[in-house]
Design a protein. Structure first.
Lengths: 563, 212
């Protein structure tokens, strides 16, 4: 492959192919460039949604109208939810880091369908553009909340149709990404990489991709039905015509509950990558962590009813859904204990990514345990639709996926850009973020317990103290985030060069240059052992150049792979 | 599939000549799963409302012309056979026969759509459409039956059109010898898609035409 070796002399960032300049990015089929294009788009939308969140907190600084009208507040929380969920949390880790890292970790030159991969980015951008356009056209931004509950979403005069269409297209984008990853993991693992030699990030993505493929079509048809209801009034969700709004909630959560595992499973996969690297130790309970990802995906599919405990369901179904909800805690607990056990007797090197992971374990545990309060029937009724729920899902979503996104930014930053960031600043930013985060969201638990309902722009005067604390927390959090990205941006422009393996990582992405060349590998490597072995190399990077000796005799690459 | 022993050549510059039929087939099956779940949501609604409004559904279903439905079923089943035969033909290197079979499939698909058009326009002519005058005097069950009827057969009809477009592209590929007896995964994938269109109809037909 003459072309291949030529292409491998420069990194993917410098490589000039058929298309140059900006077209070299917009028309690229390279998984690494597509990952970066996703990163740029996703960062923009993250900042938009974050700004909306800060504005909401500002409105809540004092009772009554502070900076916006109630209708504006409704649109702001809807857009904050829609953008965060559909444009940031769901696609961020798979689309950015899955795209960038997964093929390298598997020892492949690209994903299975590179052109389809580019297509998903355009779908994403189309959906995102529609979501933004829906802000300014029609009757104004949707005001239904990100859940689009009927019958209000049918009756609302705002631009709900375009927002649901945007969500539909974004859903299609994640389906195709998931499909691409499943096939990539099945077909493109390097020789010798058996299922149980696969890095745990790949396992996390594998479980995630199955949920994406099997759950997203349900929200697709549900959103189409909302649009048809609005245009034609077919009646399936309209009580006036005999339709049942509760059925809408079922269909919505059949997707949207599994979707929270789409959000968290890739993040959990990265925790399992970062811990063994910085503990200098093989991960504890590899198989259990791998299988528990599939377990979470499977059980997570069957718990959607816990979003509807007060919507009208038989007691039998409520008890079953509550029981199944508790069951999710088992595979999650398996993971948490294995992570902590990995640190035990490790040779721990504290570094920014590890600080984020430790913060994740602490914050996610709070989020998980308060999830049990919501999963239990009696306590749920007291806190349903209060700030308690808001606090819970910000602890698991932002504290879980969001913090891990930041951790990943730091962990793979040297690999993606070939530059190093300032470690000290990164750790300070992480500390500020964790303090701001808890100051912003912990008061929500107390407010919710005291009875503060969610999605209200106004509140009773006795809640003000907690609201002020929380709003100040939001400023600290945003300060930390800006500080963190500033540090990374500075590193991108002025940072020192990063080595091939700055952390001492053991997976395949650390065996190729930083940033990786266009085709990742000169030769497809051979895998001879598990992914987190620190004391010896488990990869043969140039099988044809090396004479492979095992057990005293020369063996062919194929025999070696079978070991 | 636990061991992926051969190293797949993957030339970026040569416009991705990388070819893996197994991967392509797997992706198609995954895509079909998503289609099944897309319709699954609608079948779920049908089931729930049929249970809730059993009487209204019976009355409404009696209005359907099961003869046209049966004819359409036969048409689609035959077209599934001709797609399967076209794959057998290309495997035996019989390009003309293969193209003939695909032409026949397209004709069947078009015939199905024409029938559907007449059925829909008959209902619409009678004032049975969302917001239509006849529907206003009907019970909730009947309204929901026709709402679902339009959505489900409409979505299915859309899939028939997409399937026809796929087959059209495949025919161009065949006539340009891009699809041959050793490289026919694209044809097989369109065939799989067409079978999906067929199998969904096999469930729609009894649910809307025969159960009353």
């Amino acid at each position: 492959m003459a072309n291949g070796s030529l292409a491998n002399e420069v990194s993917y960032l410098e490589y000039q192919g058929k298309h140059k300049g900006i077209a070299g990015w917009l028309l690229t089929v390279d998984h690494k460039r597509i990952g970066l294009m996703y990163l740029m788009a996703i960062m923009v939308f993250f900042f938009v949604a974050m700004t909306l969140g800060v504005l909401m907190r500002l409105e809540m600084l004092s009772p009554g109208q502070t900076i916006m009208k109630p209708q504006t507040y409704n649109s702001v929380f809807t857009l904050h939810g829609v953008i965060m969920v559909f444009l940031f949390i769901i696609p961020a880790i798979p689309a950015v880091f899955g795209n960038f890292i997964l093929p390298i970790q598997l020892g492949a030159k690209d994903v299975a369908f590179p052109r389809l991969n580019l297509f998903t980015w355009y779908l994403y951008m189309t959906g995102a553009t529609l979501a933004i356009v829906s802000l300014f056209t029609g009757g104004g931004a949707a005001d239904t909340g990100w859940t689009f509950y009927v019958p209000y979403s049918i009756r609302s005069a705002q631009n709900v149709t375009m927002t649901t269409l945007a969500a539909f297209i974004l859903g299609f984008s994640t389906i195709v990404t998931g499909l691409n990853f499943i096939v990539t993991i099945h077909r493109l693992r390097a020789p010798g990489m058996t299922w149980f030699r696969m890095p745990l990030f790949a396992w996390g993505l594998y479980a995630t991709s199955w949920i994406q493929v099997l759950a997203t079509p349900v929200i697709g048809i549900t959103l189409v039905l909302i649009m048809l209801e609005r245009f034609l009034g077919i009646g399936v969700f309209d009580p006036a015509l005999g339709g049942d709004p509760i059925l809408y909630q079922h269909l919505f959560w059949i997707y949207s509950h599994p979707a929270v595992y789409i959000m968290i499973l890739p993040a959990m996969g990265i925790v399992s990558e970062i811990l063994p690297t910085f503990a200098r130790k093989d991960i504890f309970g590899y198989k259990q962590i791998a299988i528990s990802s599939l377990g979470i995906a499977l059980i997570g599919y069957l718990v959607w009813g816990h979003h509807m405990f007060v919507s009208g369901m038989s007691d039998t179904s409520r008890i079953i859904f509550s029981l199944l909800t508790f069951l999710v805690a088992i595979p999650t607990g398996v993971k948490i204990f294995n992570w902590v056990a990995t640190l035990y007797k490790g040779s721990i090197k504290f570094s920014a990514p590890l600080y984020y992971v430790l913060a994740f374990i602490f914050i996610f545990s709070i989020g998980g345990l308060t999830g049990l309060v919501l999963g239990a029937l009696a306590t749920d009724i007291h806190v349903t639709d209060t700030y308690f729920v808001v606090a819970h899902f910000h602890y698991v979503m932002f504290g879980g996926m969001g913090l891990m996104f930041f951790a990943t930014m730091h962990y793979w930053f040297p690999k993606m850009f070939g530059k190093m960031y300032n470690e000290k600043v990164a750790v300070i930013a992480c500390t500020v973020i964790v303090i701001g985060f808890n100051m912003l969201y912990f008061p929500f638990f107390i407010l919710g317990y005291m009875g503060m309902p969610r999605r209200y722009y106004d509140y009773l005067p006795q809640f003000q103290g907690w609201h002020v604390l929380s709003t100040v927390g939001s400023w600290i959090l945003v300060g930390g985030i800006v500080f963190m990205f500033g540090n990374l941006l500075y590193a991108l422009l002025k940072g020192p060069k990063a080595s091939m393996n700055p952390w001492g990582g053991t997976t395949l992405e650390w065996k190729v240059p930083s940033p990786p060349p266009l085709e990742n590998f000169d030769e497809i490597p051979i895998v001879t052992g598990g992914p987190y072995v620190h004391d010896k190399s488990t990869y043969i990077m140039h099988p044809s150049r090396e004479k492979i000796h095992t057990n005293g005799g020369a063996k062919s690459a194929k025999e070696e792979a079978a070991l | 599939m636990t061991e992926h022993s051969e190293i797949v050549e993957h030339a970026h510059e040569a416009g991705h000549v990388h070819r893996d039929d197994e991967a392509s087939k797997m992706a198609m099956w995954l895509f079909l799963f998503t289609e099944l779940l897309l319709f699954g949501g609608l079948f779920l609604l049908y089931g729930a409302y049929r249970f809730e409004y059993a009487d209204g559904f019976k009355v409404a279903a009696a209005d359907m012309n099961s003869f046209i439905g049966a004819v359409n079923t036969i048409i689609l089943l035959t077209s599934s056979l001709s797609v399967a035969l076209s794959i057998a033909a290309i495997q035996r290197n019989q390009k003309k026969l293969c193209l003939g079979m695909l032409w026949f499939t397209i004709l069947c698909g078009l015939a199905f759509l024409v029938n559907k058009y007449f059925e829909w326009s008959h209902e619409i002519h009678n004032g049975i459409y969302p917001g239509g005058p006849a529907l206003e005097n009907m019970s909730n069950g009947e309204v929901l039956y026709f709402g679902l009827y339009y959505v489900m057969t409409g979505l299915h009809g859309l899939h028939v059109i997409v399937g026809l477009i796929f087959i059209g592209f495949v025919m161009v590929f065949i006539s340009r010898d891009k699809i041959t007896s050793t490289n026919f995964q694209k044809l097989e994938n369109s065939g799989l898609y067409w079978h999906l269109v067929d199998i969904i109809w096999i469930f729609l037909f009894p649910l809307f035409y025969l159960l009353h």
